[in-house]
Design a protein around this ligand. Structure first.
Ligand code: BGC
Length: 501
């Protein structure tokens, strides 16, 4: 590990500073995260709306209303159709990144961002106007395409625009936007829950259109990244932009590195084949395992089902929605911590700290539920116990928000050389969405069968991912994005895969 730290210190330090321009650019680009976040939140909110359930999922509604005296408490909300609805966005978002990666490579990061915002905008309209479940699901598939394009292009855009010393923080603006999106949507739900009739769920779905528009219009105003401009052969423009965003004329060294990277990228005929070559094994493995583990923290169980979960634990309707707002606030605030620390303490520190905190919190909640609800799911928490569970869930969300949440988007977007960056990120997004889909689709059934043991299942993965980070994920803080090779060369395991340079 010492060898890696030395590699990082001996790395290049480019000239330039953090300019207001680059901050504004990154803030605008990060709004792409809003659409993803809002949608995660809408899923949680609309599935707890009685009107919504009555219209589209009557059987779940009836089951819920009857209180099911004789039914296992863990199985109350188990409905394949309901989970199919919540998951359908992720089915589209699994496939979309592959198309997005071609658009991003050929036409630039900006093109994918605009397209993503527009498709999302159309999808929100369809969803909020839905007259039947088909319309609802088609709208949601379009939202998925928008999210797939956004998540594929925005993190890469941010990592390329940011100066090395602040790359982590600026990239985490994206996760910040995701968490704000989740919070806004739970607030919208909370305040519209008492609206008469359909408006209570139509309004929140329609509100998403505004976010799609912000993303599309915002991206329209942005310049493309210097790396993208070079790929398109616009060398003069690329250098001019680099000078502007770095606030100095002295950008020759960085520009040369970008230029070399873009020349190498131009020679690559098929980036998909390229990423499978042995010399790109570290990037490929990380782009696969990081999203896999990010989702197996179990975070989306809380994000999607917090209101349902809190209801199961005995909170009333409004209290359950309010708890979701609370976890949303914690999520946003804890992401700030990541922004402040990621370029100081590094990625590995946050990975470790976050995972250990998640393990402690989730294990304790699982034991508490196990003791009180046993294997039947029938039981209750005293007010103190319910508050303690809420506290532990918030501490778990905080831990995720300053570790695996942002790092799951940052690390894959910064470790790949230009020639495979787009496809690496497409793999990351697609797998992230596949796992989100799988967990979301199976969570309610798994809860029904594994009962409180389900929470131990996630803890097991949290232990595995910590071991994985310890051995296989080197520190990338402070290393220029086109100079990452030195990190692999200094790594005890990956060095044999990477050729000398
Ligand atoms: C994850 C999402 C999750 C969100 C929570 C993101 O990094 O990819 O699946 O819902 O964080 O804040």
């Amino acid at each position: 590990m010492l060898q890696e730290d030395n590699a990082q210190r001996e790395g290049k330090i480019y000239g330039g500073k953090v300019t207001p321009l680059v901050l504004v650019i990154c803030l605008v680009a990060a709004t792409g995260g809003l659409i993803f976040g809002y949608d995660v939140g809408v899923t949680a909110g609309s599935t707890s709306s009685n009107e919504f359930l009555r219209k589209f999922f009557p059987s779940v509604y009836i089951k819920m209303k009857c209180e099911m005296d004789d039914e296992d408490g863990y199985c109350r909300f188990d409905s394949q159709m309901l989970t199919l609805f919540t998951s359908s966005i992720y089915m589209a978002a699994m496939v979309a990144p592959f198309f997005a990666s071609s658009v991003t490579t050929a036409y630039g990061r900006k093109a994918s961002m605009i397209l993503g915002g527009l498709v999302f905008f159309v999808g929100s309209f369809l969803g909020s106007a839905a007259m039947n479940i088909e319309m609802l699901i088609i709208g949601r598939l379009l939202l998925g395409v928008g999210v797939g394009f956004g998540n594929q292009s925005v993190p890469v855009y941010l990592s390329e625009m940011a100066p090395t010393m602040l790359r982590g923080a600026l990239n985490i603006f994206f996760q910040m936007a995701i968490t704000i999106g989740i919070l806004v949507s739970s607030l919208v739900h909370y305040s519209t829950a008492n609206l008469e009739g359909d408006l209570g769920w139509r309004f929140p779905l329609g509100f998403a259109a505004i976010l799609g528009l912000i993303m599309a219009l915002g991206s329209l105003l942005l310049p493309d990244t210097p790396n993208s401009l070079l790929t398109k052969g616009q060398n003069g423009k690329a250098k001019e932009l680099l000078q502007k965003i770095r606030g100095t004329e002295e950008v020759d060294e960085e520009f040369q590195d970008l230029f070399k990277a873009s020349e190498a990228a131009k020679k690559v005929e098929n980036p998909w084949k390229n990423i499978t070559q042995r010399r790109h094994r570290p990037q490929l493995v990380l782009c696969i395992l990081i999203p896999f583990f990010q989702q197996l923290t179990g975070i989306n169980v809380v994000m999607f089902y917090a209101p349902v979960l809190f209801k199961t634990l005995g909170f009333g309707d409004r209290a359950a929605l309010m708890s979701a707002v609370l976890t949303g606030i914690v999520n946003v605030l804890a992401t700030l911590v990541a922004i402040l620390l990621v370029d100081k303490l590094g990625r590995r520190f946050l990975f470790f700290q976050g995972a250990i905190q998640m393990i402690i919190c989730q294990t304790t909640v699982a034991v508490m539920i196990g003791l009180r609800y046993g294997s039947t799911g029938e039981g209750f928490f005293t007010t103190t116990e319910a508050n303690m569970a809420l506290f532990l869930i918030c501490a778990y969300v905080a831990a995720f928000a300053w570790s695996w949440g942002p790092l799951g988007w940052l690390v894959p977007s910064e470790i790949c050389p230009l020639e495979i960056r787009s496809v690496g990120q497409a793999i990351n997004v697609s797998l992230n969405m596949t796992l989100t889909f799988a967990i979301n689709q199976s969570f309610l059934s798994m809860l029904c069968y594994m009962k409180f043991g389900l929470f131990f299942f996630f803890v097991l993965f949290q232990i595995m991912m910590t071991i994985f980070i310890y051995f296989f994920v080197p520190e990338t803080r402070g290393v220029p994005i086109e100079d990452m090779k030195r990190v692999w060369k200094a790594h005890w395991f990956w060095q044999d895969f990477v050729p000398d340079y």
